[in-house]
Ligand binder design. Structure first.
Ligand code: HEC
Length: 319
């Protein structure tokens, strides 16, 4: 290619790239909201999580399993495949473990709030070639309205099938599968509160801290694979905060530093370095400065319902 044509080709590629970038909504989640959804109701709030709050009536091991499952439930990497690339996790359909009445993913949903989990878009195993979207169940519904959860012995095989076959995900580490089973089983209608809770930066940061906290214990127990899933889940959470702080330099600088630090720790863990405990403690300690900055800038972020509503009203890409 001569120089001029090469320059023209490059300009074309750059134009395409910027078109793709400017077409993206400010939050990835906006891509799977049904037309006409009230964005503030759908993304500024979430249904309350139906987990036992207070001193848990469970053993230490069960409490740990629930924490592992809670983090895995919110991590797209657990689903792998197309779902992970699109940023979809269990939580995208089951918000805070409940349903998602506004979920609409082209090619996977029928009416809002439904999904075809045997869609070939997500699965090369189970794609049945039939469009048969089903309502996304509220996992906190009374047990007599659910099909699988009431039979705890069936849950691990059901969840493994969901990940490996329906979503083409990687084989989950045994502790991750045990964790998801424990988490889903710990969601109970008697612990549900009908009042929705706000989605907030500190709330997402707390999710990341919880994932790292349990990851530290898991790592001490020698389960590197599961610890890595948990640290990656925490980084994804930081990414979700970063998305909502677009253009807010102080928060974004700290968020990115926190994410890079964690990625470095993961590399050390992968390499078998036994001395990461100090770095993990430093990471955890660093979150107290981070939360202060997040709170200071929250009103200017997309965690502020007014900003969130305005961002959705803009023509796609206009900011
Ligand atoms: C694309 C949306 C979607 C995603 C992602 C998703 N689910 Fe579901 N889930 C559904 C739908 C739809 C059903 C109902 C299927 C049916 O009725 O056959 C369901 C059913 C379930 C059930 C059975 C509830 C019962 O009746 O007892 C459980 C448990 C569950 N999902 C947990 C999970 C977990 C854990 C993940 C992540 C590993 C996940 N789901 C990811 C849409 C989704």
């Amino acid at each position: 290619m001569d120089r001029r044509r090469r320059t023209a080709a490059l300009a074309f590629v750059l134009a395409l790239a910027s078109l793709a970038a400017s077409d993206a909504p400010p939050l990835a989640e906006m891509r799977w909201l049904a037309e006409g959804t009230d964005v503030v109701a759908a993304l500024g709030w979430q249904p309350a999580e139906c987990l036992f709050a207070g001193p848990a009536p469970v053993t230490r091991q069960q409490a740990m399993d629930i924490e592992i499952g809670r983090a895995a439930f919110r991590s797209p990497l657990v689903l792998g495949g197309q779902a992970a690339r699109a940023g979809i996790s269990c939580e995208s359909c089951h918000r805070n473990g409940r349903a998602n009445l506004s979920f609409h993913f082209p090619g996977v949903s029928g009416a809002p709030g439904t999904a075809d989990v045997t869609s070939s878009l997500f699965s090369s195993h189970r794609g049945n070639g039939v469009v048969d979207p089903k309502p996304i169940p509220d996992l906190g519904a009374p047990r007599d309205q659910l099909k699988v959860i009431p039979s705890p012995e069936k849950l691990p095989a059901f969840l493994r099938g969901l990940i490996v076959e329906e979503f083409d995900g990687p084989e989950p580490a045994p502790a991750v599968l045990a964790g998801l089973t424990a988490y889903v089983g710990a969601i109970r209608s008697d612990f549900c509160d009908d009042r929705p809770v706000p989605v907030s930066g500190p709330g997402y940061l707390l999710d990341a801290i919880r994932a790292v906290d349990v990851g530290v214990v898991v790592l001490e127990g020698g389960d590197r694979d599961t610890a890595l899933v948990l640290f990656a889940a925490a980084r994804t959470r930081l990414g979700r905060i970063d998305e909502r702080y677009a253009g807010l330099a102080k928060s974004q600088a700290l968020l990115r530093k926190s994410s890079v630090d964690l990625a470095e720790i993961e590399a050390l863990v992968r390499a078998g370095d036994p001395i990461v405990r100090g770095r993990l403690n430093a990471w955890l300690a660093g979150t107290s400065d981070l939360v202060k900055v997040l709170i200071r800038e929250e009103s200017r972020s997309l965690f502020n319902p007014k900003r969130l509503a305005a961002s959705a009203r803009l023509p796609r890409g206009g900011r």
